[in-house]
Design a protein around this ligand. Sequence first.
Ligand code: FES
Ligand SMILES: [Fe+2]
Length: 358
Amino acid sequence: MLGINPDIRKSHTLTGEFYRSEVIFNQVIEKIFARSWHYADDAGCIKSNISIQPINLLPGVLDEPIVFTRDKNGKAHCMSNVCTHRGMILVEEGSKSRIISCKYHGRCFRLDGSFKSMPAFEEAEGFPCEDDNLPQVPFTEWAGMLFTSLNPLVSFEEIIRPIQERLSFLPLDKMVFDASRSKDYFVNANWALYCDNYLEGLHIPFVHPALNANLDFENYAYEIYPYCNLQLGIGNGQADSFDIPEGHQDYGKDVYAYYYWLFPNLMLNFYTWGLSLNVVEPTSFNTTKVRFRTYMYPGAEAVFEDSPLDETEMEDEWVVERVQKGIQSRMYKRGRFSPSMEKGVHHFHRLIQEYMSS
Ligand code: FES
Ligand SMILES: [Fe+2]
């Protein structure tokens, strides 16, 4: 047990050791990352029928080779990218091949992962059987994106439901992935420090002057759901805000951004121009890659160019890397939560505790 009290008023934060220990990090990978949902890629990677796209899930950490396909009937599949004969990696680059064939001894699979053929196995008994098919991997397509989980503790539908309901007034299926406005950031810090920082707005007036100028900080709000949470960024009337239909719970509010976080490491930041999706991928116990993926409504480029995303990211990295140094101290033990402004961080720490102890 990590000692996170369900009552935020009484609770302490995670200890410094949680962030600096490689032993704990290795447990986190199996207990949390192998059992949660991940953004794999844009669904455009298997846009046309008969297409194949391999993905290495969390390189260097989970390192799980999987492959997405779309068959001739337009149905998508996700499965292991490891040959069921002697373990060769099957697909190394995207293609339009009709079958998956192993380059080691020629075993072939259909695009749904089922075994098709294998030379020199005529005399093998009880062959082929279920185990010769490629193991299926749970996945889902949502708003033009592919999500996957190796061994999910909860369904993606359950996690995303509060977001789906709240944002049903937005044409999310019209958003288009924009590679030219997407990039990766590399941060010298433990992945959970980056998430902690994202999950509270308490630091905004201190760390983000440009963002703060767009927000009405007095009305910044937090909402906690089972496996995701929301920070509602209310604008101060100076910046672009959502056109919210009458009858919606946010009608009449000047909403600048819906900042959603999905346990453990996914951020969906909805703005009037579209979505900034941030995936916080650990690359080791003390280094992190943050993938920023931009999804935009057609014609919204000018509004996007106005938002201070890159500047805000630099400011967050500056502070998170200094916290990484701070928690190495022999004198830092653990902290407390602001009950009004650090509900999201407390939620994150509670979920870490729940996954680590189950
Ligand atoms: S490892 Fe694939 S056919 Fe042998
Ligand atoms: Fe920040």
